[in-house]
Every structure is written in structure tokens, then in C-alpha cells.
Design a protein around this ligand. Structure first.
Ligand code: PLP
Length: 261
């Protein structure tokens, strides 16, 4: 059976809603073979992050090497990378294997406020990883950190998109989920020339833990299957909308994404 492969380079969420667990569940649901390189272990549940334990950069590089030299991958995504050493190690391996279908979810801060990327690592992300990526998927706060600007309007989003493109990302999606005043959740895709808008009605729910991870994993799975960036983002947007619209009743806090959606 011809099976496409997708790799996630990300942190573990013991609560199963975000991180490596979300990515592998999404790969499984979208019928690609998932592999992983763990960057950190988080002690976490629906109430928040209780502990963060990063891996050595060498251990991250070694996992990617093991997957790359035997199994290979048709596409990969990065999630929580935590520090500059890990970012540099990941960038080195992507270059070594010549991987091009690279999706970077620039994970910075969990919804509960825990830091998943050290502040001094932001420049490593911009300098080493963004130039290697096919798609980067910041939410509004992450786009603000990457560009140094404040985003209030759709025009601000477009300006931020232009600035992130200049950093080297070939395509980018600025996700509208944090745009709390809007009735629609509007994602903006930019390929350096054209803007495309993906809009779905906003769903009021607390069960959004891991939606960013799941969205970028869904894009990665579709790229692994050979879809164009536009089609991959379009299918992933439908997948994540359906996940948010069908929340699971799990845990006492911010419930996990429904990966069967
Ligand atoms: N924990 C890990 C390990 C993650 O990779 C991510 C991804 O963004 C999160 C938590 C974020 O969770 P939340 O969706 O609650 O912000």
C-alpha cells in the first residue's frame, strides 16, 4: 500500500489535545503515516501547563536523523521548539535532507499563558527556520511578535503578512481565531503575490486547546498527499472548523480538539 509520510517536530502534551499527540492523531485521521521528533515534554491538562522539560538539541537532531535516513518524509511540521539550540538543530536537519514541504507553526505561548518558546529564541526562528518553510501559520499574537506591529484590522493583517513574507516564508496563513470581536473566523493566506481569505462562522466554545497544532498538522498531511498549498489550507480549515464545532466533553478546563471531526 502506497502510504504518504508526515513528520512532526514538536512538544508532548500529556493531556492529549495539543502538541505531538494532536499532530499524530490528525495524521492518522487524514490517513498519512506519522513520525515524530520530540522537542520537549510538558506536564499539561485542560487546566493548563504544570511543567516544561526541554530535550537536548542533540536528542532532537538524532530523532530527525533516524527518521530521515530510513523512513523519510513527504512533508513535516514544527510545533513547540522551545529554545534557539533546538531551532538551529532542526534547521540544520531540514537543510541536510533537503526537505521542502515544511510547515512551521510558530508556537510561542499556550492559551493559559505558559511560555513554549523562550523570548530570545524568536530571532532564531526568524533567521533560521522561516527561510526554510513552505508555509508558516501564526495566530494574531504570534504575527505581532514576528513583525513587531499591532494588528487591529484586516489591513493590518495584510501588512503583517507582507512583513512575514519578507522574512522568507514562501506562504503564510495568519489565523483569525484570536480576533474575538469578529463573527467570522477569518484566515488570510498570502503567497507573496495574492491574498486569499478563508472564512467560517465563529463558534463559541472553550474547547479550543490544540486547534493551532491540529490545523498545521492537517495542512502538513494534505501537502504530504500532494495537494497544493491553497488546497491543503482550504481542506485544513474545514477540518479545524468541524473540530471546533463538535467539541469533546473532556477535562475541567479548556477541552481538547476533536481529532475525529
Ligand atoms: N502544548 C504544546 C506541547 C503545544 O505544542 C501547543 C501548541 O501550540 C500547546 C500546548 C498550545 O496549546 P493551546 O492550544 O492551549 O494554546
Amino acid at each position: 500500500m502506497d502510504m504518504k509520510r508526515a513528520m512532526t517536530i514538536a512538544g508532548s502534551d500529556s493531556g492529549g489535545g495539543a502538541g505531538i499527540q494532536a499532530d499524530l492523531k490528525t495524521f492518522q485521521e487524514l490517513k498519512v503515516f506519522g513520525t515524530s521528533a520530540l522537542t520537549a515534554v510538558t506536564a499539561q491538562n485542560t487546566l493548563g501547563v504544570q511543567g516544561v522539560f526541554p530535550m537536548d538539541a542533540e536528542a532532537v537532531a538524532k530523532q530527525i536523523q533516524s527518521v530521515g535516513e530510513d523512513i523519510g518524509t513527504d512533508a513535516l511540521k514544527t510545533g513547540m521548539l522551545f529554545n534557539a539550540e533546538i531551532i538551529e538543530a532542526v534547521a540544520e536537519k531540514i537543510k541536510q535532507f533537503g526537505w521542502e514541504k515544511v510547515v512551521v507553526d510558530p508556537v510561542m505561548i499556550a492559551k493559559g499563558g505558559a511560555s513554549l518558546l523562550q523570548q530570545e529564541a524568536v530571532s532564531a526562528l526568524k533567521n533560521h527556520l522561516l527561510p526554510l518553510c513552505l508555509v508558516v501559520t501564526p495566530n494574531i499574537p504570534e504575527a505581532e511578535v514576528l513583525t513587531g506591529m499591532t494588528i487591529h484590522s484586516q489591513d493590518d493583517k495584510k501588512e503583517a503578512a507582507r512583513r512575514i513574507h519578507v522574512l522568507g516564508a514562501k506562504n503564510l496563513v495568519i489565523k483569525g481565531g484570536h480576533d474575538k470581536d469578529a463573527n467570522e473566523s477569518v484566515d488570510l493566506l498570502f503567497n507573496g503575490e495574492n491574498f486569499e481569505v478563508f472564512s467560517f462562522p465563529r463558534v463559541e466554545t472553550r474547547s479550543t486547546h490544540g486547534t493551532g497544532c491540529t490545523f498545521s498538522a492537517a495542512i502538513t498531511a494534505q501537502l504530504a498527499k500532494g495537494l497544493t498549498v491553497y488546497d491543503a489550507v482550504s481542506v485544513a480549515k474545514e477540518f479545524i472548523h468541524s473540530a471546533i464545532a463538535n467539541p469533546l466533553n473532556i477535562g475541567q478546563g479548556h477541552g481538547p480538539t476533536n481529532h475525529w471531526a
